[in-house]
Design a protein around this ligand. Structure first.
Ligand code: TYM
Length: 332
């Protein structure tokens, strides 16, 4: 079976963009790929975190994988910092990544623009290298991610190719797997900005901790475009195109069918039905999250077994890389 690897940061509430862009794919891929899914806590500390909150969010992301439908008897779910091979390979890869290529990563440029390049952590700069280590350790064939992570997967391929050329075939070259619908869900209050966990305004996203009433309110207040026709036109009507994408993602109905139904009904009716579709789609996941909370020990056990399985694969890759690069005394 081919292998899929992906990771999600425990840095804020999981929102519907994460779900449509990433988690939903993970679950669908399970029948075709061996899945390895990681809570990337080492990535989260590239920006300041409160220790207590971070630990809570690690649990939440881990629980979310399972609640969304990842089956731990078929897929591996684990916490990144439980497998030391991630930092070990990241260091080695850092010595092959260039300052220039890391400086060109758009996510670093965006995030460092906000904080100022002088004061952001070196970890934020090296973040894509740690992500490359995550992927290459498991010799992943595909990396299901939203659109914003595509550039990082391409960097991963570049690094893998560079090292393979020099030392022989150590790494499989991964392909990014971007979903055809929902790969870039935009903020509800600004269709030019990506929906983001770290957004300041909670009205910009719908999170899985939101109650039905909060979801109804957020969707009712979501920005729309001028005119009153519900049509899918990302250029002329970016806000409505985003809402149609969300509607399609949660209802399973194709965009053109929704357009036909709501074209003439006006925005209010469209938004009211969209809210109900989102609430209905989120409900089973929210229910399973609550059930898991009532089952102490289950999550810990899944993560312990996951880390053991992951470590066995990851350590074997690191051993081969160290050997090839000439680190240590080599095998006796
Ligand atoms: P993170 O934690 O920001 O996001 C998790 C996943 O959600 C996707 N996503 C979105 N998809 C659609 N619309 C949005 N508005 C939206 N926002 C986020 C992301 O593309 C991602 O798939 N660097 C990664 C985590 C990571 C990783 C990895 C991923 C670390 N190591 C190895 C894959 C493989 C990140 O910060 O994702």
């Amino acid at each position: 079976m081919k292998r899929a690897f992906s990771g999600v940061q425990p840095s804020g509430n999981i929102h519907i963009g994460n779900y449509l862009g990433a988690f939903r794919q993970f679950v669908q891929l399970q029948d075709v790929y061996e899945g390895i899914y990681c809570v990337v806590d080492l990535h989260a500390i590239t920006v300041p975190q409160d220790p207590g909150e971070l630990r809570e969010q690690i649990r939440e992301v881990a629980a979310f994988y399972l609640a969304a439908g990842i089956d731990p008897s078929r897929s591996t779910v684990f916490v990144q910092s439980d497998v030391p091979a991630h930092t070990e390979l990241a260091w080695i890869l850092n010595c092959f990544a260039t300052f220039g290529e890391l400086s060109r990563m758009t996510q670093f440029k965006d995030k460092s623009r906000k904080g100022g390049q002088e004061s952001v952590s070196a970890g934020l700069f090296n973040y894509p290298v740690l992500m490359a280590a995550d992927i290459l350790l498991y010799q992943a064939d595909v990396v299901p991610v939203g659109e914003d992570q595509k550039q990082h997967v391409e960097l991963t391929r570049d690094l893998a190719e560079r090292i393979n050329r020099r030392f022989g075939p150590l790494f499989r070259l991964p392909e990014p797997l971007i979903p055809p619908l929902g790969a870039r869900i935009m903020a509800l209050d600004n269709p030019q900005a990506k929906m983001s966990k770290s957004a300041e305004s909670p009205s910009s996203y719908i999170s899985f901790t939101d109650s039905p009433d909060v979801i109804r309110r957020k969707i009712a207040r979501a920005v729309t475009d001028s005119g009153r026709e519900v049509i899918y036109d990302p250029e002329a009507k970016p806000a409505i195109a985003n809402l149609l994408t969300i509607f399609s993602g949660f209802s399973g109905r194709p965009v053109h069918e929704l357009e036909r139904e709501y074209r003439e009904t006006g925005y209010a009716r469209f938004k009211a039905d969209l809210a109900e579709a989102v609430i209905a789609g989120m409900e089973p996941i929210q229910r399973r999250l609550a059930e898991m909370e009532a089952e102490p020990g289950y999550l810990e056990q899944v993560l312990r077994q996951g880390a053991e399985r992951a470590a066995a694969i990851a350590e074997s890759t690191v051993r081969q890389v160290k050997e090839a690069v000439g680190l240590g005394l080599g095998r006796a």
